[in-house]
Design a protein around this ligand. Structure first.
Ligand SMILES: Nc1ncnc2c1ncn2[C@@H]1O[C@H](COP(=O)(O)OP(=O)(O)OP(=O)(O)O)[C@@H](O)[C@H]1O
Ligand SMILES: [Mg+2]
Length: 354
């Protein structure tokens, strides 16, 4: 249980910059997720924290003390990878107890802790099985138990659900979160799956080419992204190209999209006359009959999905937006509709953050 502060971490591989001034903090008991596409530096950051590789610059502090000079075996961190890396010839209990063999821990104490942690990950009764006699989800829970049994100061998880099917992914994800919260273990979690990141995290660092594009709570990331990249990486997003007319009051701007004007929230600053991007999540859009002076479009696709129909609407500037409409709603024969925007839920942002 530690707070961890990463400051201006840098790492290059030859010409390739894997980490470029990465700064993040995890308060004690928090789960912080590194989210981003393949190659953006997530694993490199995690390996630096674990001590498997040395950064070129920057620092990593645990409870305010630099750990860069501490070898990985002395950091007291529990690590879980996507391929379970269990010892094939050792039983479940032996795999889990392995990390305790090198610590001051009596046989009784070891057995008690192994049983306790196996119970936590719901593997009680399977302690004598070999890894090959377990399903993927069970093997991953053994790996989790092995990381937890040492009561780590920090838990590091790199795509721990990647090899599991969708259903199991959900179960193991809930379990990881439950166990992490119950034990109040600080954790760093790596994934490229935005839904997973939203569901499990206290804070998310959205990474882009070795940098942190935004570091905030899932809600903040979803509702108030700093730029288009972040918005497109976290959930369904529609983007309207708009021109900023003026700031109405701090944090609220009048923008124009074709013949329509909207008064929307945004993080600014925006200079009047500049182009910007208006984020409209599907749930902040609806359609209505044609009203002059409002944003119009043409429905080009609609798919009936039972509880909702999904529509694609093309706007005059050629951009298209996706939204859901009630399943019993009939669409006009010529497809022409007004797009209604919930301005309280829309969000104005620059194409790329400064
Ligand atoms: N040992 C290495 N030698 C050379 N380049 C490396 C090495 N490890 C990583 N890289 C490069 O550093 C960059 C970041 O890699 P990293 O493994 O951290 O990405 P990632 O975000 O974990 O990606 P993925 O989602 O595919 O696992 C990539 O461009 C990668 O090719
Ligand atoms: Mg990786």
């Amino acid at each position: 249980m530690s707070s961890v502060e990463i400051s201006a971490l840098r790492k290059r591989y030859g010409e390739a910059v894997a980490l470029d001034e990465v700064s993040l903090t995890a308060q004690q008991g928090e789960l912080v997720t590194l989210l981003g596409p393949s190659g953006c530096g997530k694993t490199t950051a995690l390996r630096c924290i674990a001590g498997f590789i040395a950064p070129d610059g920057g620092d990593i502090l645990a409870d305010g003390v630099s750990i860069l000079a501490t070898p990985s075996s002395k950091r007291d961190f529990g690590v879980v990878f996507q391929n379970y890396a269990l010892f094939p010839h050792l039983s479940v209990a032996e795999n889990v107890g392995y990390g305790l063999l090198f610590r001051k821990c009596s046989k009784d104490e070891r057995e008690r802790r192994v049983a306790e942690v196996l119970d936590q990950v719901q593997l009680g009764g399977l302690e004598h099985r070999l890894p090959r006699e377990l399903s993927g989800g069970q093997q991953q829970r053994v790996a989790l138990a092995r990381a937890l049994v040492i009561q780590p100061r920090l838990l590091l998880l790199d795509e721990p659900l990647a090899n599991l099917d969708a259903r199991l992914r959900d179960d193991v994800r809930w379990l990881i979160r439950d166990v992490q919260q119950a034990s109040r273990t600080t954790a760093f979690y790596v994934t490229h799956d935005q839904a997973e990141a939203m569901a499990i995290s206290d804070k998310i660092a959205v990474m882009k080419n070795g940098r942190v594009a935004q570091f905030a709570s899932p809600r903040e990331i979803y509702q108030r992204p700093v730029e288009r990249y972040v918005a497109s990486f976290t959930g369904e997003a529609n983007f309207l190209g708009v021109q900023v007319e003026r700031e109405l009051c701090p944090g609220r701007f009048r923008v124009r999209a074709g013949s329509a004007a909207f008064d929307v929230k945004g993080a600014g600053p925006f200079t009047p006359g500049t182009k910007a991007v208006l984020l409209a999540r599907p749930e902040s859009l609806a359609i209505a009959g044609v009203v002059a002076g409002q944003l119009q479009g043409r429905v080009t696709k609609s798919v009936f999905l039972g509880a909702v129909q999904h529509c694609e609407v093309v706007l005059p500037d050629g951009a298209s937006v996706r939204l859901g409409v009630p399943p019993d709603r009939s669409l006009p024969p010529d497809g022409t509709v007004t797009i209604k925007l919930d301005v309280e839920r829309a969000w104005l942002m620059p194409e790329v953050a400064a």
